[in-house]
Every structure is written in structure tokens, then in C-alpha cells.
Ligand binder design. Structure first.
Ligand code: BGC
Length: 844
């Protein structure tokens, strides 16, 4: 199959990148009058293209251009309070820690997410931040993705709509949002160097579609991801950043690099990465100026990027910084946590009666798991716990810890204590989940299961108290071998700083657990189509499962999930009337609206999510059995009804035809499925597309998962790329890779020793583990970028040369320079055994 994208990529590799169009005018009114880019010298323009430090752009005082602040993040503003010279997780200004993205998306409630966005925008302003680095919206390709807690959904429609709502909210306060990580950054393993190999149809329909949708909210910025896409670094990728993002989708904001992602600054400018972060103390300027002077980079590219950065700076809010209403935002965080809580099962035990005595079991009741580890970490303004909240309500309580909060080890004594508490109470509420070390940026999860101690605890408590409610705190799907035993299971996800109180609200029915899963819970990882290819090899991950991610796989291959996508119960009941469509026959460019009446037939207020899926029966191309194409959330008082209308536009029926390079609607019959979840269809309504494509170069019989190379090649439209070899070493080599040599090992230790561990904010070495992993997986060029100018590229080149067999003494000199650059020492970094055997000068 001919693929225009692959041809563009090849052209790029052959040195013929397309010249981007001149930047369009900014869409929102600038706050400050700044000079026109033409008034700036080339050097001044170049200065705008990289940061001044970790969190600020660079000023051009000669022209009155000030620096602006960009900072994380997606569920709370992490304004670092120590220094901007380096990354520091443990010193931040207090800010509201809202529920993380997984929880917010589970609300399926755009109004709520927009409201949270508004609060984030208010706090960003109060903390002097111009761009909040979020929302994160990569597709949850695999349940073990280490950053799934920070992402919205496995489905691009949910992801795109929730992200758009967040952007609208943040930007309504006059600060910017930044969609991240563009694109296909769907795993943490080897994220700095891995090449994601994905066919274009899958890209367009799954991995890019959410971003495309979110652009309708006009974000000020988009962050280019660390990884490569089909052989080209995302930051250097003209197809991704210029052809798709700007030319096809019309994005006119700033593309910022993920922190330290840039490999070749000149190539990145040419591709459309306007702003490199963090700052490199002039290293990038030298590269860009050198490239312009040698003719490798056209001035127009520099000017276009500088203009966009200037427009961003001009939009920065000026004036007094107001304090933010912390109590009001805390209340919103509490409401949002309940709205995102998913009631997975319930035999009627929930909501609890206030008369019952309660055995509260699980250390998360006093040390809550409420956010994930990594750059998104927020220092909360306060922290509610379920224990305090229950006590404050005067509930008769027996509390038992059940496990150590930061520990995965077994402890029978704690279980025995919990069983004793459970025996004495009318109901038992077990708080279980994943310890903080299990969910960390930079590291994928190792297994789907909870720690054995948590599983044992649930089993033991269920054995003595049939009225056991399990409340889970985790940022992604977990296995539940005990699923049929509890009376009710609540998936609370990571509920933010008010999650503890929100849980109690939900337990007593003061708030409804109003969530629906925005991801599938598989029974086992073997039920995930991507599993054999996840996380791939260090230098390459193949997306051989194509579109068959999450429920798209389950529904196509008849694999039963533990809990399906879209699933969630509530505390009331709803009747769904007959569904109708406003037309049964439509042309390829036309829309159809599905309507039905929904009635709250229970005795308390509640909400319902009407989900509309499409089943393509035309047989023109291979498609997932069912794809979500629309949804609506309604809230109704008891006895009230409303008519829900969901419009499906032409895209709802279209697939991306790679050869024609366009979205194409096939001709024939489609079933519109009106459903409560991806596995519970209530009404099926056939519609006929009368004028559409009836042939396609891609046979509909192709197996969903391209297990053999020939099938994958066909899907890719070209050969499966050969992963980069580990040797010879280069700037692209990771610290872990070079540590297999004596010199490289020494370098790694010197470096690790220089890294600030900071306070271990999440306990049990979570921050330390993340840092170790980050150092091991960091490419040498990334170190140069992240060193803030302390480590020069030429020094790394000398080291690489020695590692590849050049002079060891040169390598040692480079090592010394690097050690000095990082304020570290070589002495003591050489392990004793090696020191006594031979000097590192003797070998590489
Ligand atoms: C993360 C981004 C984050 C940035 C700044 C990177 O490591 O991938 O999501 O915004 O750091 O903290």
C-alpha cells in the first residue's frame, strides 16, 4: 500500500523537509503589545527558541519581551518553589491537587472537567504561571502503562472531548493549556529513545484523533513527545508537527518540546518545534545559528517559531496576581472525586446506613493514595482522609491498618487484626489498591495484580463479613481474583486531595458514584491485544495490534473483560425509552441524530451516561466491532425524564484511507448501538449510507493483529524498520547502555551521585526509583539538554569516542569534565573491586 506519510518521512530522511507555512495570526487578543518579530535580530529570535532555565522562556529585554512560566500540570499546578535551575519534586507552592486524569475522565462529564480546568487556570494565574502543561492525553494502549493515571482514556473520543473541556476551562482564565505528549508516547519504558512503529490508519483513527479533537478548544501549546514515531523523533518530525498539526489541523500555537527531548535543535526548528525546554544555556543557540549560517536551516523557520513564541508571551496575563480560593477549590476537588468514582458492583449494601457500625480497614484510610508519582506531583493545600471524615461524622468505627501504605510485602499479623475488626462490625470497608511505587512516571507497571497483601486482606475480610465494601485506589486497571466476593466494589482511582472525604460521601450516598470506566479492565494482561508487543525492545515498539486497543479488541475478538469500557452503576435506576434516528439513509458527508427518552425511575437523584457506538457492517475495511462515536451525560431527579440527543457527524462512519490520504465513509449498512457500556447495548438502529466508497485497497478480512511481518509490512506500507543497534555508541546511547563498559559504568555512577533525590515525597523510595530509571534510560544527548548548559555536547562526543575504542585517556578527561559539570566526583565512584584490579584508565 502506498503511504504518503511514509514517503514524507523518507523525504525528510533524505533531507528534503517541507517548508512550513508562515504562522497564522494568534486567535486570541494579545495582552501585551510586543514588537513584531521583524524588529528582532536573528540572534534575538534564536534566543526565544529555548528556555532560560527549567520553567521559564527567555526574555529579550532590549525589546521589552519578558520571560513567561510554563509548569506542570495536568491535575494541579506544580510551581516549584526552590530553584528553577533544576527539577525538584519536593519543593512546590501548595496548590489544589484535583483528581488525576483517569478519575476526571471517568466522570464523562465535560462541564465538570471544564470547571476543574477553570480552577486550574485561576491557580496558575495566582502562581504566576502562563502555561499549564496539561492535559496529558495519550491513549491507554496497555493497562500497565506507567503514566495511565495521568491520561484520560483508551478511546480517542472520550480523551479528545475531556481534553478539550480542560483546555476551555484553563484558558478561560487567560492562561494557556498544553496538550501532551504528541504523539504515541504510550509507555514509559525507554520513552526517551523508543521508536513507535504504527501504521498511518491506526495513527489517524486512534492515536492522533483525540489530539485533533482537542484542538477545537484552541490550546495555546502542544508538547512534542520524547519518543520517535516511525523512525523520526517527534520533536524533529515535520510530518507530525507541520503537515498534520499545523497544515491539516490548523494549529497556530506553540509547539514545545518535552523536557530534554530534542536531539537535533536545527532539525527540530525546521520540523516545527518552536520552543525547546528546559534551557540549555546557549548550546541550542549555537546549534541553530550554526545551522542557519551553514545553510542547513532556513531563516524563515527561525522567524516563524520566534513569532509564535512572541505571540505566546504576548498572551501572558499581566497585572496583580490574586490569591486563589483554596477552600472553594477543595470542595470542587471533592465533588469531582465522587463524580469520577465508578461503582463496579453493588448488591444493595451501598449506600451504607448511618446506623451501622463500620470496620474501616486499610492504611490508605489515613495515608491516602491520591495522585501518581512524577512531574505531575502536586503539593496539596490540605489532605482529607477517610478516617478523619468518618470520625468527624461520629460513625462507630473499628479501624485496622491491614497493610503498610507504602509497602507491598506480606504481613499476616495486620490481616488478623483486620479480620478481628471486620467480625465486630455491621459492615467492613476495605481500602485497597496500589502502593505509590507501583505508579510512577518513567516506569511501566510490572503486573496487573494488587500486592498479595491487599488480595489476601480482601479475601480474609470477605470471609468473615459478607457486607464488605472494597474501595480501590489506583491509577489504572487492576486484576481482582476476588471480584465476586465483596458486596460492593468502588473504583475510586486517584481522587486528589479531597478523595478521602469524597469516598465517605459516596459510601453514605451524600454523593453519587457517578463514574463510568473510560478504559477496559481486562481479566489478565494476556487479554490485551498489545500485550505481546508491550513495551517492545528498548529502541522499538511495534503496534502490531493496530486499532485493537481496549474494548476495540474485546468486542472484536469476543474476549470478555473483567469490567467493560463504559461500565458503571449508580444509586438509582433509569428506564430508557425507544431510540430513534432522524434519518435512516444518509450521504457520505451527512450527520444523524439519535434520540431517546431517559427516566429516573429510582428514589434518589442520579446520572446516566448514554453511549452511542457504531458498528460498520459495510465490509469495506477491517474495523473494530464497535467504536464509541458519541455520548451524553444526564442528571435527573427522581421521577424526571429528559430526551437525550446525540449527534453523529460524518467522521462517526469514516475510516482513514491511507492511499487516498483522506477520511472516507464506506457505502452500506451501519448499526448505531445505543448502550450503557461497551458490552451492554440497549438499542440497535440500522442506517444506510447511500453514497460512499465501496472499495478499499485494504481487504476487510485482514486479521486484527498483524502477527507476521508480511501482514505488518502491508499495514505499514513499507518495511518494518530495523531497530537501532546498541553499538557503536553515539549521543543517542543511553546511560544504561554505556554502563556495560567500565568507563560508561563510571560515568553512570558519577551522574547518579549528582542527582538530587529530594525528600522522598511518596515514600518507599518512589522518587529515588524513578530517578534511577530515568538516569539509566536517559540518552547522552538528553543529559546535555537537561544539564542546563553544564555538560557540553562536545564533551559527550569525546566520551562516546572513547567508548567506541578511541583513547581512554580522552574518555577519562571527558568524564572528569562531566563530573565537574554536574558538581560530582569521580573519586569513590569506582567500585573497590575494579579499583584494585585495574585502573579505569587502562580499559574501556
Ligand atoms: C514530562 C512532561 C512534563 C515535563 C516537565 C517531562 O518529563 O514527560 O509531562 O510536563 O517533564 O516536568
Amino acid at each position: 500500500m502506498r503511504s504518503p506519510r511514509r514517503e514524507a518521512v523518507r523525504a525528510h530522511r533524505n533531507g528534503a523537509p517541507p517548508v512550513p507555512e508562515p504562522a497564522r495570526a494568534a486567535r486570541s487578543e494579545p495582552m501585551t503589545q510586543l514588537p513584531d518579530v521583524d524588529e528582532l535580530t536573528l540572534e534575538q529570535r534564536v534566543r526565544l527558541l529555548s528556555g532560560g532555565d527549567f520553567w521559564h522562556t527567555r526574555p529579550v529585554p532590549e525589546h521589552g519581551v519578558s520571560a513567561v512560566t510554563l509548569t506542570d500540570g495536568p491535575h494541579g499546578i506544580r510551581a516549584q518553589s526552590s530553584t528553577s535551575e533544576r527539577f525538584d519534586l519536593s519543593h512546590n507552592e501548595p496548590a489544589t491537587c484535583f483528581p488525576t486524569a483517569v478519575t476526571l475522565a471517568s466522570s464523562w462529564d465535560e462541564e465538570l472537567v471544564e470547571e476543574v480546568g477553570r480552577a486550574l487556570g485561576t491557580e496558575a494565574r495566582a502562581l504566576g504561571v502562563t502555561v499549564a502543561l496539561g492535559p496529558g492525553m495519550n491513549i491507554k494502549r496497555h493497562p500497565l502503562g506507567g503514566r495511565n493515571f495521568e491520561y484520560l482514556s483508551e478511546d480517542p473520543l472520550v480523551s479528545g472531548r475531556m481534553a478539550a473541556a480542560m483546555v476551555r476551562g484553563i484558558q478561560s482564565r487567560g492562561v494557556g493549556a498544553c496538550l501532551k505528549h504528541f504523539a504515541v508516547n504510550n509507555q514509559e519504558s525507554h520513552r526517551f529513545v523508543v521508536d513507535a512503529v504504527v501504521d498511518e490508519r491506526t495513527l489517524r483513527e486512534l492515536y492522533l484523533a483525540g489530539f485533533e479533537h482537542a484542538l477545537t478548544a484552541r490550546p495555546w501549546a502542544v508538547m512534542a513527545a520524547y519518543n520517535r514515531l516511525d523512525g523520526v523523533h517527534c520533536t524533529d518530525n515535520p510530518w507530525l508537527l507541520s503537515t498534520v498539526l499545523r497544515d491539516q489541523w490548523g494549529f497556530d500555537g506553540v509547539v514545545v518540546s518535552d523536557w530534554g527531548a530534542v536531539e537535533d535543535r536545527a532539525a527540530a526548528v525546521r520540523a516545527g518545534t518552536d520552543l525547546e525546554m528546559p534551557g540549555t544555556a546557549g548550546e541550542s543557540d549555537r546549534e541553530v545559528l550554526g545551522a542557519v549560517r551553514s545553510g542547513r536551516l532556513e531563516r524563515e523557520h527561525v522567524t516563524a517559531s520566534a513569532r509564535r513564541v512572541l505571540e505566546l508571551v504576548a498572551r501572558a496575563p499581566g497585572g496583580e496576581q490574586d490569591r486563589f480560593p483554596a477552600e472553594r477549590h477543595h470542595a470542587l476537588a471533592r465533588r469531582a472525586a465522587a463524580e469520577g468514582t465508578v461503582l463496579l458492583t453493588n448488591d444493595g449494601t451501598l449506600p451504607l446506613s448511618r446506623q451501622h457500625t463500620v470496620a474501616l480497614i486499610g492504611a490508605f484510610a489515613e495515608s491516602p493514595r491520591y495522585q501518581g508519582n512524577g512531574s505531575s506531583l502536586v503539593t496539596p493545600t490540605r489532605l482529607d482522609t477517610a478516617l478523619e471524615e468518618l470520625r468527624s461524622r461520629g460513625v462507630t468505627l473499628h479501624y485496622a491498618r491491614g497493610y503498610e501504605p507504602g509497602d507491598s510485602g506480606r504481613n499476616p499479623a495486620l490481616i488478623a487484626e483486620a479480620v478481628e475488626a471486620a467480625r465486630q462490625a455491621d459492615v467492613a470497608v476495605v481500602l485497597a489498591g496500589l502502593p505509590p511505587t507501583h505508579e510512577t512516571e518513567g516506569v511501566d507497571r510490572q503486573e496487573l495484580g494488587l500486592p498479595a497483601q491487599h488480595d489476601d486482606l480482601v479475601n480474609a475480610v470477605c470471609a468473615v463479613n459478607p457486607r464488605t465494601v472494597v474501595a480501590l485506589s489506583n491509577g489504572g486497571p487492576v486484576a481482582m481474583p476476588w471480584v465476586d466476593r465483596p458486596a460492593a466494589i468502588l473504583e475510586c482511582y486517584l481522587g486528589g486531595q479531597a478523595g478521602g472525604a469524597a469516598l465517605v460521601d459516596v459510601l453514605y450516598g451524600d454523593a453519587e458514584p457517578a463514574g463510568r470506566l473510560a478504559e477496559s479492565f481486562p481479566v489478565a494482561v494476556s487479554d490485551v491485544a498489545a500485550n505481546p508487543f508491550f513495551p517492545g525492545q528498548p529502541h522499538q515498539v511495534e503496534h502490531r495490534e493496530g486499532l485493537f486497543v481496549g474494548y476495540r479488541h474485546h468486542t472484536t475478538s469476543g474476549v470478555r473483560p473483567l469490567f467493560p469500557f463504559g461500565h458503571g452503576l449508580g444509586y438509582t435506576t433509569f428506564a430508557w425509552g425507544e431510540a430513534t434516528v432522524d434519518r435512516q439513509r444518509l450521504g457520505a458527508g451527512e450527520s444523524v441524530t439519535v434520540s431517546l427518552e431517559v427516566t429516573n425511575t429510582g428514589d434518589r437523584a442520579g446520572s446516566e451516561v448514554v453511549q452511542v457506538y457504531v458498528h460498520d457492517r459495510t465490509g469495506v475495511v477491517l474495523r473494530p466491532r464497535r467504536e464509541l462515536r458519541g455520548f451524553a451525560k444526564v442528571r435527573l431527579d427522581p421521577g424526571r425524564s429528559t430526551t437525550v440527543g446525540v449527534e453523529l457527524g460524518p467522521r462517526a462512519f469514516a475510516y482513514y484511507d491511507v492511499e487516498r490520504a483522506e477520511w472516507t465513509v464506506p457505502r452500506g449498512t451501519f448499526d448505531i448501538e445505543v448502550a450503557r457500556s461497551g458490552a451492554e447495548v440497549v438499542h440497535t438502529l440500522p442506517v444506510e449510507v447511500t453514497e460512499g466508497a465501496h472499495t478499499s485497497p485494504e481487504p476487510p478480512t485482514t486479521p486484527p493483529v498483524a502477527l507476521d511481518d508480511a501482514a505488518f509490512r502491508r499495514r505499514l506500507g513499507g518495511p518494518v524498520p530495523t531497530p537501532r543497534a546498541v553499538r557503536p555508541f553515539s549521543r543517542e546511547s543511553t546511560v544504561g547502555e554505556i554502563s556495560s563498559t567500565v568507563l560508561g559504568g563510571l560515568f553512570a555512577r558519577v551522574l547518579r551521585r549528582a542527582m538530587p533525590v529530594g525528600e522522598d515525597v511518596l515514600g518507599e523510595g518512589a522518587a529515588t526509583g524513578m530517578l534511577d530509571r530515568a538516569v539509566a534510560e536517559m540518552p547522552l544527548r538528553g543529559l546535555v539538554r537537561l544539564s542546563g548548559g553544564r555538560l557540553r555536547g562536545e564533551v559527550v562526543d569525546l566520551l562516546v569516542d572513547a567508548l567506541n575504542g578511541g583513547r581512554v585517556s580522552t574518555g577519562m578527561r571527558a568524564l572528569r569534565t562531566a563530573a565537574e559539570a554536574f558538581g560530582s566526583r569521580i573519586a569513590g565512584a569506582v567500585p573497590l573491586r575494579r579499583q584494585t584490579r585495574k585502573s579505569p584508565e587502562d580499559t574501556h
